[in-house]
Design a protein around this ligand. Structure first.
Ligand SMILES: Nc1ncnc2c1ncn2[C@@H]1O[C@H](COP(=O)(O)OP(=O)(O)O)[C@@H](O)[C@H]1O
Ligand SMILES: [Mg+2]
Length: 233
């Protein structure tokens, strides 16, 4: 139940559908999915490989348009936003972390983390201060002058997480960020991602790691593009 006056979900999708054409046939990668994520929640999107997790996250993250359905960001209908508006909303509101953190190898971790702040028009000193704070939040303060190649897999994902949160996004979208890590490291990275909800973000995490389920506030199960369950835990 949502009482009148409650803030809207950070992100809400209604009936989103995405079809792909492949070898002349059409496949429905996402079929009428309903979804919501609120401030301060960790939301898991669980399903096997090929079930539609990345398709859903790309639509929720305004990276890819849906063929049908609606998307609401902080209560505002953004379904028909232009490409420029979507890019602007991504920069102002969303943070992303993928299976590969996608760090720039020839730049130290500090510069990698500070990069998104350039779009904010902040001066160098302010960018460095904020990047340092984000690296401290993920336990990497002692690594900030290292190049990505000098970091372990878990540390690289933590650096990617620092870069994803440096602008204080309302919504943090993580697509299988622990898939390439061993179980213990994966758990540490997932726990650090989960901590970002304390900053008031809605954290959305796609995974097939069932060990993460106890951390979640809301869990969606997806099979063949259909959400089969979605409830607060
Ligand atoms: N660009 C694309 N073109 C054609 N089919 C795609 C494309 N992206 C994803 N698919 C298909 O859509 C389905 C869902 O894929 P995806 O969302 O990547 O699943 P998951 O992230 O759960 O592994 C799969 O059958 C996949 O092959
Ligand atoms: Mg995927």
């Amino acid at each position: 139940m949502t009482a009148a006056g409650d803030p809207p979900p950070r992100l809400r999708a209604e009936g989103v559908t995405r079809r792909y054409a492949r070898n002349g046939t059409e496949i429905v990668a996402l079929d009428s999915a309903d979804f919501e994520a609120h401030a301060g929640e960790l939301v898991l999107v669980m399903g096997p490989s090929g079930s539609g997790k990345s398709t859903l996250l790309a639509i929720l993250g305004l990276l890819d348009p849906a063929d049908a359905g609606q998307i609401f960001l902080n209560g505002e209908d953004v379904t028909r936003a232009s490409e420029d508006q979507r890019a602007q909303l991504r920069r102002s509101t969303l943070g992303f972390l993928f299976q590969d953190a996608g760090l720039i190898e020839r730049k130290p971790i500090l510069d990698n983390t500070a990069l998104p702040l350039i779009y904010r028009g902040l001066g160098r000193r302010e960018r460095v201060n904020r990047a340092q704070a984000a690296l401290e939040a993920v336990g990497l303060a002692d690594r900030m002058h290292h190049a990505p190649g000098e970091l372990s897999g878990g540390e690289r994902q933590r650096a990617g997480l620092a870069r994803a949160i440096v602008c204080d996004p309302d919504i943090l979208i993580c697509d299988e960020p622990t898939a390439a890590l061993d179980a213990e490291t994966a758990n540490d990275v997932a726990r650090r991602i989960s901590e970002m909800k304390e900053r008031g973000a809605a954290v959305i995490l796609a995974t097939h790691d069932r060990d993460l389920m106890p951390m979640a506030d809301r869990i969606y199960e997806i099979r063949h593009g259909r959400i089969t369950a979605g409830a607060r835990t």
